[in-house]
Design a protein around this ligand. Structure first.
Ligand code: G6P
Length: 364
């Protein structure tokens, strides 16, 4: 992958369309079918050390923080280690208790974001073990960390992150599987996840084929002044990232909420002029999510669902292919990258360089 636009009008578009290849690359050479696990050469964590981990704390900024939220869920689900993610700057300034049994993971595309780097340096000063999930090889955070996983997304030029987000989340899938297989994840489940990972590139290509329909949807929703994004558990970080993407490139105000919190406030905003994008995976929370759609419909809200099957209560549904439940978040955000892109295009925005934003924030 190169730095030229290769016939695309923007880097954002180019990078969105590169995702099937990018995911293929992050998987390549890492899967071990015999032991139903993955090899992560730079992790620097032997099985005994991996077993001794009591908690995982993931730190990052912006899109990388959102990737970390999905990563934390994957680690909890597959490795059954309590895990959470926090914005790196918040962590730094709240004088955190640094726990020797916690594995800290810094996430960054550039590996140069000052807030994340400063958090890593503070952790190292206090004797913590810190891994990096990083795109740029040899970057400041990669050098500072004790080990980690390179996400191999290739160069990302557009200020807003798309393919790097996807590859970072896939990298967390690999890490969660690896940690899981040093603990209690069965061979059967290890194989199930490996098969799911292998299906991803083909499924991403299927999603990207829906671009013409998504472009039409973007035009339908581009008149909104504000949009609500909802999801539940696995869908919530997807909603957070999709709302960030929309506001960054289109300048439409967007807000993400857990679907379960609708009744505690955001329902007051629902009216035809306030569309909702709902993440509705076909998992054990499907009926709960459908109930949330009903609540919105009953108040005349317009709904765009991203789901594994048509949603009756939604005005429009983007149907994405189903993977394993744990890996579904990787795919569900991709059509919403295209939605943000086409909304920004319809509004004539400067897509690769949104106002007031920088690709990498290397100062406080
Ligand atoms: C900036 C960019 C975001 C990015 C964030 C973290 O704010 O505009 O797109 O997510 O920095 O960057 P990093 O390189 O650490 O992932």
């Amino acid at each position: 992958e190169s730095y030229d636009l290769g016939g695309h009008d923007t880097y954002m578009h180019k990078e969105i369309t590169e995702q099937a290849d990018a995911v293929d690359r992050v998987l390549r050479g890492r899967i071990d079918d015999r032991f139903a696990t993955v090899h992560l050469g730079g992790l620097n964590l032997d099985p005994r050390e991996a077993r001794a981990v009591r908690r995982v704390k993931i730190l990052g900024c912006g899109t990388s923080y959102h990737a970390g939220l999905i990563g934390a869920q994957m680690i909890e689900e597959l490795a059954r280690i309590p895990a959470d993610a926090e914005p790196a700057s918040e962590f730094r300034y709240r004088d955190p208790v640094v726990d020797p049994d916690t594995l800290y993971i810094a996430v960054s595309q550039s590996g140069e974001t000052y807030d994340a780097l400063a958090a890593v340096q503070e952790l190292k000063r206090k004797g913590a073990r810190v891994l990096g999930v990083i795109n740029v090889v040899g970057s400041a955070i990669a050098r500072e960390a004790d080990g980690g996983v390179y996400v191999h997304a290739g160069p990302e030029v557009c200020v807003v992150s798309t393919k790097c987000f996807t590859n970072t989340v896939v990298s967390f899938g690999l890490l969660a599987l690896h940690l899981g297989r040093t603990r209690d994840l069965s061979v059967k489940d290890g194989k199930r996840i490996i098969e799911g990972l292998r299906r991803l590139p083909g499924q991403i290509a299927e999603i990207l084929e829906q671009e013409p329909q998504i472009e039409k949807l973007a035009k339908e929703f581009a008149d909104a002044r504000s949009m609500l994004f909802i999801g539940r558990v696995r869908g919530y970080p997807v909603a957070l990232e999709a709302s960030l993407k929309l506001k960054e490139v289109s300048y439409i105000h967007a807000e993400a909420y857990p679907a379960s919190e609708l009744k505690h406030g955001p329902l007051a905003l629902i009216e035809p002029a306030m569309p909702t994008v709902a993440i509705v995976p076909d998992d054990d929370l499907l009926e709960k999510n459908r109930a949330a759609l009903e609540e919105i419909k009953a108040r005349s809200g317009r709904i765009l669902a991203v789901a594994h099957q048509e949603q009756e209560k939604a005005d429009r549904t983007i149907v994405v292919p189903k993977n394993e439940d744990e890996l579904d978040p990787i795919l569900m955000g991709i059509p919403l990258q295209l939605l943000a892109y086409h909304t920004a295009l319809a509004l004539g925005r400067d897509i690769d360089k949104p106002r007031n934003l920088a690709k990498s924030v290397t100062v406080e």
